[in-house]
Design a protein around this ligand. Structure first.
Ligand code: FAD
Length: 432
């Protein structure tokens, strides 16, 4: 019999909680990855860069396993069907994996767990993606926090060195099943084409020291770009948090805590994936002008900071956090377009897309979220530019035609008019 370790959002061999437990379980361990058609078939872009990133990572994992005399079983199918095949082909004693928290993932895992149970196979899952998950940092009465600052305080109060310790998987690689290299379906066979996107590396340490001073200026490399690696688990959160904890200034660590806060919120308030955290905000009468939405998506609004942000997103799959806040405020408040439209567009484009943080960020901007800015705080694109891109370096990089007024589009809306209209629309919705 073999124990199976199922990789999902933890695509690394080192410091992997579930893999460590599987290797110590006794049986030889066969690692598995499923290219889940339930997810892939719903992706709109056939050159989706995230699929290429996962594919490259799978190739790398497979070759690392091969160097250890083992391999990676890769199945391309809907998850439930994939498990039917695996159970048929191998004598499976148990399945080990790491917790996956998004609504689709928890449903999928429930189905798989039931299926395995029918065959007498145990399904063991472990915390790996976060330092503290859903119910580990709560109010004293056990209820979830709905505001970040007290959550953060409790997070620190709960932290002990134990939580940052890495799992030394490499000591047990001898327990990997000895097997010839298994086949790997090609990207094309799965209906995708290779993306030419550039993927950021893992040089996060360079930014932690100056993060508090530099993080708000999109023209400098003041943030880590580690989001993609956190999303797919190509870096260990314990390693990041441990490193960050060693710095006197905790600003960067606090951002990692925001990530856990939003995951906790989505878990306890799953309706927030497509409904306002504060229900009265679902009453807002959005204008939802499709042409204006298209102009926003394409970076053709005539507001250079908005256009720079959207063009950076379209070209690279990344957008600086400060600019994410500005473009989200512009879409929801200036254009009065439903935050869900923006959330959906970001979900399609962001390499670091994470449902919990994306929904959290959008609801913050729209005023409907947990710690949201009051609705009457409406970003002025011009003053934001003066503050955060004073030399227009970021704008000039992404909107080169800005210098030539004859080529650059006129603003699609007047900010003063839009501000006034927004205040009226929000007031009307909240007054009821
Ligand atoms: P750094 O600034 O170096 O921070 C390190 C890590 O901390 C990030 O990679 C991320 O995991 C976490 N983090 C930082 N800021 C936040 C935050 N405000 N909320 C939650 N986690 C945070 N982040 C995502 O990971 N995925 C998303 O889909 C996403 N969508 C967003 C949408 C909007 C409208 C807004 C305003 C923010 C969104 N964020 C999202 C949060 C933030 O913008 C990104 O995490 C950050 O810009 C990623 O860049 P970085 O890796 O260089 O981050």
């Amino acid at each position: 019999p073999v124990t199976i370790f199922w990789f999902r959002r933890d695509l690394r061999l080192n410091d992997n909680a579930g893999l460590y437990r599987a290797l110590k379980s006794g049986n030889p361990v066969l690692p598995v990855f499923i290219f889940d058609r339930e997810i892939l078939d719903n992706l709109e872009d056939k050159n989706d860069a995230r699929v290429t990133f996962i594919y490259n990572t799978i190739e790398e994992l497979r070759s690392q396993l091969h160097q250890n005399g083992s391999s990676l079983l890769v199945v391309y199918d809907k998850a439930a069907n994939a498990w039917d095949k695996i159970i048929k082909e191998y004598h499976v004693a148990a399945v080990y994996t790491n917790h996956d928290y998004e609504p689709y993932a928890t449903k999928r895992d429930d189905v798989v767990k039931e299926k395995l149970k029918l065959h007498g196979i145990d399904f063991h899952t472990f915390k790996d993606q976060v330092i503290f998950e859903k119910d580990e940092v709560t109010k004293d009465d056990g209820k979830p926090y709905a505001v970040y600052t007290p959550y953060q305080r409790k997070w620190y109060a709960t932290l002990k060195p134990f939580y940052l310790k890495s799992y030394p998987t490499e000591k047990y690689f001898g327990k990997l099943v000895k097997i010839h290299q298994l086949p790997l379906p090609s990207l094309n066979e799965m209906g995708f084409v290779k993306s030419e996107a550039h993927f950021p590396g893992q040089e996060y340490k360079e930014v932690i020291g100056d993060y508090a001073e530099k993080r708000d200026f999109p023209a400098t490399k003041g943030t880590s770009h580690i989001g993609l690696h956190l999303r797919f688990g190509t870096v260990s959160i314990r390693e990041l948090a441990k490193t960050a904890h060693g710095y006197h200034n905790k600003t960067w660590l606090n951002e990692l805590i925001w990530r856990e806060f939003y995951m906790m919120i989505l878990h306890h308030f799953p309706h927030t994936m497509d409904h306002a955290f504060r229900p009265e905000y679902d009453r807002i009468k959005w204008v939802n002008d499709e042409d204006q939405f298209k102009a926003w998506c394409e970076g053709q609004t005539g507001y250079p900071i908005i256009d720079a942000g959207m063009r950076e997103l379209n070209a690279t799959g990344f957008m600086h956090n400060r600019v994410r806040m500005i473009v989200a405020s512009f879409l929801t408040k200036d254009l009065l377009i439903d935050w869900r439209w923006g959330e959906h567009y970001f979900a399609r484009k962001l390499l670091d897309y994470e449902m919990a943080s994306n929904v959290g960020g959008w609801q913050w901007a729209a005023g409907s979220g947990t710690d949201a800015a009051p609705y009457f705080r409406i970003f002025n694109p011009e003053s934001q530019t003066k503050k955060f891109d004073p030399e227009l370096k970021y704008i000039k990089k992404w909107v080169p035609e800005y210098a030539d007024f004859s080529k650059y589009p006129k603003p699609i809306i007047d900010h003063a008019f839009a501000r006034d209209r927004c205040l009226k629309a929000f007031k009307a919705a909240l007054a009821k």
